[in-house]
Design a protein around this ligand. Structure first.
Ligand code: NAD
Ligand code: MG
Length: 395
């Protein structure tokens, strides 16, 4: 029986992974969360894993008390998450959000676990290191991200050497068709209103800025060993064709399905087998599928990511760190929607690139990028407060 460890089990992907595990009769051996101990407790009572971990150390203490009537071991902090990641289990679902997922995923690769990868930031920030480590340890990395799962499935149609290009589709998010002017004052609520997918807050904002597609271009470069220029991004509003590949003879092979993450999660866990359906697709109900080029003048984070991966080195980690901090500030109501893309691009011009890098360089770059973004925000705040000071007669 497959034994599963789920990192980030209280999140959108984590919860759906547990549904897939239950439906397929997999044994769940480890679960982790950032801080939501109430949900983690109920998941632990239902699935009876051997161990759980909570990144927030105070919350971990609380959970330990709650679970004291069970045999479940409770770990705490990032090290605790890594403990669970290397515990019993053959497959690990990496579904923490952000660079916080990198360290535990690297630990699991070193421990020889098969990785079902949802946490794209792991590949974005450390693709080369992850791939080398996976090769050294004979570890398979199977994509969970719906587009990359679609590419992975489509590639099975022929020889990888005959691949000409990848067609990576994007829904376009809630602000498709809008101009920079329209987006000046959009609210957090509007940005969180994704038309097709229900996901965690960070990736939902990334979908609204098209940063998500930029991160996915970088993820695809590392997962499939292609160049950024071999990837064409297309806006496909219906989110039915999850991505495609074109072979040397012009044949385009795609994977289509309803927008439900349970399908790509399950395929990563059952590959190369197929098991249950989560609802078939009626093409006649859908009627029309549309494709168009993205508006990179309005959604600047997409070209910024492509620039970062073309320059390589620590730049993908820099743009990722900048984005994580910018999105945090936007969700806290501190910066405007368009500031996210501006700050992400500025970080690349303010950081000197390093070509041969270590995991430590990546974490240092992430920290620096976040500090730079905080600096832009604070500087902007000073400028913004000037007119107010004049109004109050202080200047
Ligand atoms: P989410 O915010 O719903 O869940 C994130 C999970 O990570 C939660 O369990 C949370 O407790 C945990 N977490 C947060 N910070 C942590 C930390 N510092 N240390 C340890 N754990 C922490 O996010 P999500 O939407 O499920 O996305 C998870 C990952 O999957 C992201 O990388 C995202 O890009 C990717 N992904 C998500 C979807 C989707 O449909 N939600 C689709 C494709 C890819
Ligand atoms: Mg995706």
């Amino acid at each position: 029986m497959k034994e599963l460890i789920i990192l980030g089990s209280t999140g959108s992907i984590g919860i759906q992974s547990l549904e897939v595990a239950e439906k397929n009769g997999f044994r769940v051996t480890g679960l982790t969360a950032g801080s939501n101990i109430n949900l983690l407790e109920s998941q632990a009572r239902k699935f009876k894993p051997l161990s759980v971990a909570v990144a927030d150390t105070n919350k971990a203490k609380e959970l330990k008390i709650k679970l004291k009537d069970t045999d479940i071991k409770v770990y705490s902090g990032t090290d605790g998450v890594c403990e669970v990641a290397v515990g019993r289990g053959d497959t690990l679902i990496s579904a923490i959000v952000g660079i916080a997922g990198l360290k535990p995923t690297l630990c699991a690769i070193k421990a020889g676990k098969t990785i079902a990868l949802a946490n794209k930031e792991t590949m974005v920030t450390a693709g080369e290191i992850v791939n080398n480590l996976a090769k050294e340890n004979g570890v398979k990395i199977l994509p969970v991200d719906s587009e990359h799962s679609a590419i992975f499935q489509s590639l099975e149609a022929s020889d990888r050497k005959l691949l000409k290009k990848i067609i990576l589709t994007a829904s376009g998010g809630p602000f498709f068709g809008k101009t920079q002017k329209d987006l000046e004052n959009v609210t957090v609520k509007q940005a969180l209103n994704h038309p097709n997918w229900s996901m965690g807050a960070k990736i939902t904002i990334d979908s609204a800025t098209l940063m998500n597609k930029g991160l996915e271009v970088i993820e695809a470069v590392h997962l499939f060993g292609v160049k950024p220029d071999d990837i064409e991004v297309l806006i496909h509003r219906q989110s039915i064709l999850h991505s495609a590949v074109e072979f040397c003879d012009g044949a385009v092979i795609a994977q289509l399905g309803t927008p439900d993450m349970k399908l790509p999660i399950q395929y990563a866990l059952t590959y190369p087998e197929r098991t249950f359906s989560y609802g078939g697709l009626s093409l006649s109900d859908i009627g029309t599928l549309t494709f168009q080029k993205p508006d990179t003048d309005t959604f600047k984070s997409l070209p910024t990511c492509i620039d970062a991966i073309k320059k390589g080195g620590i730049y993908p980690a820099a743009v990722n760190g900048a984005n994580e901090q910018s999105v945090k500030l936007f969700l806290e109501g501190k910066i405007k929607f368009l500031d996210i893309a501006e700050f992400n691009a500025r970080v690349l011009s303010d950081i000197k690139n390093v070509k041969n890098f270590t995991v430590e360089d990546i974490f240092n770059t992430d920290k620096l990028a976040r500090e730079l973004v905080n600096g832009y925000y604070l500087k902007g705040k000073r400028y913004l407060s000037l007119p107010l000071l004049i109004v109050y007669g202080r200047i």
